[in-house]
Design a protein around this ligand. Structure first.
Ligand code: GSH
Length: 199
């Protein structure tokens, strides 16, 4: 989703190959051969395979410095950019995963309920961390500059829209998501994937 929106944002030629998760296409031998984790997204570029949304965003934007959507490698902002993307991947997104799929982490029902309760608290904490940052240094994750990190946030916020703790319930997050939602790249991605995000 974030990869797709970024390809639209950059205006590059690309081919979208749909991997239907409801049909477990991500677990076929053909797909596992390119991404052994059996998860989407995966980018194939110039004979290279790259998976992990955050890594793909960093890679794509490094290929397109003219977009201005990632800080220069020598900029102090680069640290915050890496930090945001990696923190969202391994802290925010992981809490969202535990909430949505407790069965991936624990076999028994009582354990799953307990995991979900903890995940909900962690999600709330994560949204509060971002909200505070946006309040102090927004409107974007890097302050006054839109970056790939905001696209990554949009994706996690979208997938969490029906969870107990939702990004859009926080005013600054809501504002960021609403501004992104109005971008033609995000609109194109949602339309092509048949998705709808009501804020
Ligand atoms: N850390 C990975 C997570 C990817 C991920 O969890 N993808 C989900 C869809 S949003 C998926 O493929 N789920 C299918 C499955 O786990 O079988 C990333 O950011 O790319």
């Amino acid at each position: 989703m974030a990869t797709h929106a970024m390809l639209e944002e950059l205006g590059v030629d690309y081919q979208l190959v749909e991997i239907d998760l409801t049909r477990q296409m991500q677990k076929t031998p053909e797909y596992l051969a390119i991404n052994p984790n059996g998860k989407v997204p995966t980018l194939l570029h110039d004979g290279h395979i790259i998976y992990e949304s955050a890594a793909i965003l960093i890679y794509l934007l490094d290929q397109h410095p003219e977009s201005g959507l990632s800080p220069l490698t020598t900029s102090p902002q680069r640290g915050r950019y890496y930090q945001s993307l990696i923190w969202m991947s391994n802290t925010l997104q992981e809490a969202a995963n535990r909430w949505a799929h407790p069965e991936h982490y624990c076999d028994n029902t009582a354990g799953q309920h307990s995991l979900q309760a903890k995940a909900s608290q962690e999600l709330e904490r994560c949204w509060q961390v971002i909200e505070k940052d946006l309040h102090e240094k927004g409107p974007w994750i890097l302050g006054d500059t839109l970056s790939g990190a905001d696209f990554h946030l949009f994706m996690i916020a979208y997938w969490s829209r029906r969870y107990e703790r939702r990004a859009q319930d926080y005013p600054k997050l809501q504002q960021l998501l609403r501004t992104l939602l109005n971008r033609s790249s995000i609109q194109a991605m949602l339309k092509q994937e048949g998705l709808f995000f009501e804020l």
